[in-house]
Design a protein around this ligand. Structure first.
Ligand code: ADE
Length: 291
């Protein structure tokens, strides 16, 4: 009986020893997965970005970093081509093109059309890359009489014209999270961009309005202009980017080249001129970055 008891105790102790050893080993494995031990090669990887190319821009340059957002690929192409030391990273379903142009570090992103895509893209860019400024570029439909296809608008303010809580007592475009309607573009940045336009260009500074609708019907024009008589042009992203930038304290500006007159012909004009207009706006941004 005594013998059996001794065997049982020895067996129990051996089992306990084995279990402790296994536990220690598994703790060791878990430690290799803690955040401290994962090599973080750049600030954006820490925010969840996945590298698509193998270069690394993790070294902070100490230079001004400019984020540029456009809805369409044709509105970004020449800037992408001009990037040097570029890296492509994927985050939140979008690719970010990081590199340098002139004296600036630059992050480019094509967000797609509409306010949600633009706002989400701007937030992802700010969270992952912490740009000093964000510029939105592209084409737009002219609302003001003095604008024609090919002319340029540089925003001094932006408004989300289709944001409608009027029935509960707010003005059209009211952004409750910021308790205001108009987002203010950065004047210094806008001034610097305006300095690069050719003298013969018709460049007007003022209000840019954005909505989740392509504006081509008289009733859309009337609605926009009755609420915002100073609106110069309509597009679908700028004010959402302005909204997110203001919420994050990032200075922004919007540069748009007119592709149509936001009227009955705008579908046809957009098809014909959006590429030319988008490229023209981007080419001036390129001149600004290289100035
Ligand atoms: N972008 C270019 N033209 C536009 C229009 N007419 N409405 C909305 N966005 C535009």
């Amino acid at each position: 009986m005594k013998m059996k008891m001794r065997k049982f105790v020895t067996c129990l102790m051996a089992t306990l020893l084995l279990a402790s050893a296994l536990l220690l080993m598994s703790c060791g494995n878990a430690k290799t997965e803690t955040k401290e031990d994962v090599p973080v090669t750049s600030e954006n990887e820490a925010a969840g970005a996945e590298k698509v190319s193998d270069k690394d821009i993790s070294e902070p340059s100490g230079r001004t970093k400019i984020g540029i957002i456009a809805a369409l690929s044709c509105e970004l192409e020449i800037l992408k081509e001009a990037l040097t030391d570029d890296v492509v990273e994927s985050l939140a379903g979008t690719e970010f093109y990081c590199g340098t142009i002139g004296n600036y570090d630059v992050v480019l992103m094509q967000c797609g059309m509409g306010k949600v895509s633009a706002g989400a893209g701007a937030q992802a860019m700010i969270t992952a890359y912490n740009p000093d400024y964000i510029i939105n570029t592209g084409c737009a439909g002219a609302l003001a009489e003095e604008l024609a296809v090919g002319d340029i608008v540089v925003a001094d303010k932006t408004v989300e014209w289709d944001l409608d809580t009027i029935d509960i007592g707010n003005p059209r475009g009211y952004v409750s999270s910021l308790d205001k309607v108009e987002m203010t573009a950065d004047k210094d940045l806008s001034d610097k961009i305006c300095a690069v336009f050719d003298e013969e260009e018709n460049v007007i500074r003022g209000m840019v309005v954005s909505g989740d609708q392509f504006v081509d019907k008289p009733e859309q024009r009337e609605l926009i202009l009755s609420a915002f008589p100073e609106a110069l042009c309509a597009e679908m992203e700028g004010a959402a980017i302005g909204h997110v930038c203001e919420q994050n304290g990032v200075p922004f500006c919007v540069v748009r080249c007119m592709s149509d007159n936001a009227n009955g012909d705008s579908g046809v004009n957009f098809a014909e001129f959006s590429e030319i207009a988008g490229e023209k706006s981007a080419s001036y941004l390129l001149a600004f970055l290289n100035a």
